[in-house]
Design a protein. Structure first.
Length: 87
């Protein structure tokens, strides 16, 4: 049995900076499934795939998916109800 290793949302700092042009680990994300909100840095991140998957720490719904293919980063944020920069 293979053990799954999770990281926190800080593991996405580089790709978030590349996509949004700024540090988004302190941004507030709201889960579209359960409504929980918190800093992106607190999300549960899985990187043992052909990309990175960020899940809600409250309900485990998929919130963000990042996959880079041939120097193009594909982004899926459809699990988020909102993503707001920290003030």
């Amino acid at each position: 049995m293979r053990e799954t290793t999770t990281l926190d949302g800080n593991a996405l700092a580089g790709v978030l900076d590349a996509v949004f042009g700024e540090d988004m680990t302190t941004a507030l994300g709201t889960c579209g499934a359960c409504g929980a909100s918190g800093e992106v840095a607190r999300l549960v991140v899985y990187t043992r795939a052909p990309g990175a998957v960020a899940r809600c720490s409250a309900c485990s719904a998929v919130l963000m998916v990042f996959v880079t293919v041939r120097e193009v980063t594909c982004v899926d944020l459809r699990g988020l109800a909102a993503l707001e920069r920290a003030t």
